[in-house]
Design a protein around this ligand. Structure first.
Ligand SMILES: [Zn+2]
Length: 450
C-alpha cells in the first residue's frame, strides 16, 4: 500500500513539478547554453591564470597572486560581497630532487616527490631496490625490505583503489625497515610522466622519503627484479614542511531577489600541485563556477536566491579551506540550499552526482532534462567531493559535476596538466551545466528540500 502511494506520488510529482520546471526554465536554459558556448571569457581567463601565475601550491606566492587577481576581476564583474577569507594552510616545499638508477645500467629517473614527504639526508640515499606489487607482497618479503628502497609497483585499478600506496606506502615500507619508498605513479597511462599527490606518515613510525616513479620505470624495475638482477638507485631530495602560512578562500556572489539569505554555493579549489599549471585540476573547475555566476548576471536573470561562487584553498594537501568555509559560515549553514563542486576536470560534461534526499533528487532529475542539448543530462548518485563533504555532513544537499573522465588521470598532478589540455567547447558546456543547475535551484518557487 505504502509502495503504491509512493508510485502515485512520484507520478503526480513528475507530472506537475517536472512539467513546470520544463515550462518555466526551458527558454532560459537555452539562453544560458547559447551564451556559454559563444563566450570566450572563461577560456581566456583560465589561460591567463595558468600562464601568468603557474602552479598554485598552498603557501606559494603563485597561489596568492592568482587569488588577488581573481578578487579584482570578480569585483570588476560586479559581484557582491567579494572576499578573500583568511585560512591558515600547511606548507610543503619540494626543493631539488633526483633519482638515478646506478645498476644494472645508468639512467636518470623521472621522479616527483610526494607532497608531505621528508627529504633525504645530505648526500642522498644509495640502496638496493625491492619491488613489490601490493601490500600482501610487502608482508611476504618481511625482513628482506630492511635497508632497501621499497618500490610499490601497483597497477592502476581506479584512483580510489590505488591511491593508498601513495598515501600510506612510506610508513608501511618503513615498518619493514626500508630506508626510502617509491611508488608507480597513480594513473592508467603514461608518457613518462610522474604524478605527485599528497602522502602522510603514521605516528610513531620512522619517516622515510617517498617519491613517485613513472609507470614505465616502475614496470621496468619489476622486470629487472624478476630476471634476478640487482637494482641500485641513488635518491636525493631537499623536501620539507615549514610553518603554516595564510591563504584565502575566494567568495563572491549575486544576491537573491526574494530570498537573499538562502544560498546556492558553487565552486572548485583554487590551489593545485606545484607542477604543470593546475589547468584541469582544478583551475578549470574554479573558472567554470565563476563564469556560471557571471553569465547568470550578464543575462540579467535575477534569481530569487543568492548564488555564491566559492573557490576553496588547500584542497590538495590539507583540506583546510573547506573546513574554514564551514566554520566561518556556521550561522548561515541552515540557509545553504545546495552546494555544487567541480573538481574532476572540465572535459565533456555528463551531468551531476547528487547526495541528498529522495524528494530533492526527483527535482534535480527534472533539472537535468534541461541539459539534454549539451549532453549533461545523466544524474548519478554520489555528490560528495572533497570540498563539499563538510557541508553535506551538516545536512546540506551536495552535487559534483561529472565529466568524461577517460583522460583526467593522464594529466592529474603532473607537469602535463597544462592549459592546452582544455577544449573550448567541452569547457563551456561545463560552464553551461553549472549555470543551469545553480540558476534553476536558486530561482524555483520551492526551496530544494533537505
Ligand atoms: Zn582537484
Amino acid at each position: 500500500m505504502k509502495f503504491k502511494n509512493h508510485i502515485v506520488f512520484v507520478a503526480l510529482f513528475s507530472l506537475i513539478f517536472g512539467n513546470s520546471i520544463k515550462e518555466s526554465y526551458e527558454n532560459v536554459s537555452l539562453n544560458i547554453i547559447e551564451k556559454s558556448l559563444m563566450d570566450s571569457t572563461a577560456y581566456n581567463r583560465l589561460a591567463y591564470i595558468c600562464d601568468t601565475f603557474g602552479p598554485r601550491l598552498s603557501g606559494s606566492k603563485n597561489l596568492e597572486k592568482a587569488i588577488d587577481w581573481i578578487l579584482k576581476e570578480m569585483k570588476n564583474d560586479g559581484f557582491s560581497n567579494v572576499q578573500g577569507e583568511r585560512v591558515k594552510v600547511p606548507v610543503w616545499i619540494r626543493g631539488e630532487e633526483s633519482a638515478t638508477l646506478l645498476k644494472p645500467f645508468y639512467k636518470e629517473l623521472s621522479i616527483l616527490g610526494l607532497g608531505g614527504s621528508v627529504g633525504t639526508r645530505r648526500g642522498g640515499i644509495t640502496a638496493e631496490v625491492l619491488v613489490v606489487n601490493d601490500w600482501e607482497e610487502l608482508e611476504i618479503v618481511g625482513d628482506n625490505a630492511k635497508g632497501k628502497i621499497v618500490l610499490f609497483n601497483a597497477p592502476f585499478v581506479s584512483y580510489g583503489k590505488t591511491v593508498g600506496y601513495r598515501y600510506s606506502g612510506a610508513s608501511a615500507a618503513a615498518k619493514q625497515g626500508a630506508v626510502a619508498s617509491m611508488i608507480r605513479s597513480i594513473g592508467p597511462w603514461s608518457m613518462n610522466t610522474p604524478h605527485t599527490g599528497v602522502m602522510a606518515y603514521k605516528e610513531n613510525i620512522h619517516k622515510i622519503p617517498h617519491v613517485a616513479l613513472t609507470m614505465e620505470d616502475a614496470m621496468m624495475l619489476r622486470r629487472i627484479q624478476d630476471r634476478g638482477d640487482k637494482i641500485i638507485v641513488k635518491m636525493s631530495m631537499d623536501a620539507k614542511m615549514v610553518a603554516d602560512r595564510w591563504s584565502r578562500n575566494v567568495v563572491g556572489e549575486i544576491k537573491g531577489s526574494e530570498y537573499p539569505d538562502e544560498i546556492i554555493v558553487l565552486g572548485g579549489h583554487i590551489d593545485s600541485w606545484d607542477v604543470g599549471q593546475g589547468a584541469q585540476d582544478d583551475g578549470g573547475g574554479c573558472i567554470a563556477a565563476w563564469e556560471a555566476v557571471r553569465i547568470i548576471k550578464e543575462l540579467d536573470l535575477k534569481p530569487k536566491r543568492t548564488i555564491r561562487c566559492v573557490l576553496w584553498t588547500n584542497e590538495e594537501n590539507g583540506g583546510k579551506g573547506n573546513k574554514a568555509y564551514r566554520d566561518m559560515h556556521k550561522d548561515e549553514l541552515d540557509k545553504h540550499v545546495l552546494a555544487i563542486e567541480s573538481d574532476g576536470g572540465v572535459f565533456s560534461p555528463k551531468g551531476f552526482g547528487f547526495s541528498g534526499s529522495e524528494s530533492a533528487k526527483l527535482i534535480v532529475e527534472k533539472i537535468h532534462e534541461l541539459m539534454k542539448p549539451i549532453g549533461a543530462h545523466t544524474i548519478s548518485d554520489g555528490g560528495r567531493a572533497a570540498d563539499v563533504t563538510p557541508l553535506n555532513d551538516e545536512g546540506i544537499p551536495v552535487m559534483s559535476l561529472k565529466v568524461d573522465g577517460s583522460k583526467y588521470f593522464w594529466y592529474h598532478h603532473t607537469n602535463a596538466d597544462t592549459f592546452d589540455k582544455i577544449d573550448f567547447n567541452e569547457f563551456n558546456r561545463c560552464v553551461a551545466a553549472m549555470a543551469i543547475m545553480a540558476y534553476v535551484v536558486a530561482d524555483m518557487d520551492e526551496r530544494l528540500p533537505r
